[in-house]
Design a protein around this ligand. Structure first.
Ligand code: SAM
Length: 231
């Protein structure tokens, strides 16, 4: 992967960045996403935020090598602290980290958001908690995708501020859009998850004494939901 050829995962993230956006890519690593989008003329400008020195230096090199210093600003910053009011950011991407870390970044930094930004999130796990954070903070999930690359299932969640929405427990778990659309990738993912969870549940039941009852019940409920959604 590089700024010319994004991974399929980042390519799908890129597809949700609106034409002409002013993007903040938080946890940008090499800066591949903003650099690719600037080279393609999709974004007007970007801020690439990185908390770690080595990826920050790598993003700087990539921006310089592509002559994009006027359009992409790299900032060594923790989470949304990379965003300044004068950036007039219209979209924020946070990709390739756990959903719990994303919730922390959004919660700690929400004062940095103007309230109009589209959020494009690609969590590695913790999707349910991330959707719950979005719901609690006045975001509506407008688009979702699931894709498989290098033997991993990735979800992309796109959210916009809007009228309050209440998602059911199942919608938070599967994704409100994903469970409505039931794409082939979604069905394949959850068929695989169902097999794994049924196996875990059988193991729990065999070792019933040692397993907290609520954990067993939670797994049994998940198996029920998955069975239903695939029906
Ligand atoms: N976003 C890229 C992608 O999806 O391919 C890079 C993902 S990389 C696995 C995660 C990056 O997030 C790392 O470079 C890490 O240093 C950065 N990161 C983690 N926590 C961060 C935070 N609080 N603020 C800024 N960057 C963070």
């Amino acid at each position: 992967m590089n700024e010319q050829t994004l991974s399929m995962r980042l390519e799908r993230v890129a597809a949700h960045v609106p034409q002409g956006a002013r993007l903040a890519d938080i946890g940008s690593d090499h800066g591949y996403l903003p650099v690719a989008l600037a080279l393609r003329g999709t974004i007007e400008a970007a801020v690439a935020g990185e908390v770690a020195h080595t990826p920050y230096a790598s993003a700087q090199r990539n921006v310089r090598r592509n002559g994009l210093e006027q359009r992409i600003t790299i900032r060594l910053a923790d989470g949304l602290e990379a965003i300044q009011a004068q950036d007039r950011i219209s979209a924020v991407s946070i990709c390739g980290m756990g959903g719990d870390t994303m919730c922390e970044i959004l919660e700690r930094g929400k004062a940095r958001l103007s309230g109009g930004e589209r959020l494009i999130l690609q969590p590695n796990g913790g999707e349910r908690e991330l959707r719950a954070w979005l719901m609690a903070n006045g975001y509506r999930i407008v688009c979702e995708e699931v894709l498989r690359e290098n033997r991993f299932d990735y979800e992309i969640i796109v959210a916009e501020p809007g009228a309050a929405v209440v998602y059911s427990a199942e919608e938070l778990y599967f994704g409100p859009v994903l469970m409505r659309e039931k794409s082939p990738a979604f069905v394949t993912k959850w068929q695989r998850m169902l097999r794994q969870k049924q196996q875990t549940l059988a193991n729990f039941e065999r070792a019933r004494d040692a397993i907290a009852q609520h954990k067993l019940q939670d797994f049994a409920r998940q198996v029920g939901w998955i069975t239903q959604v695939l029906a």
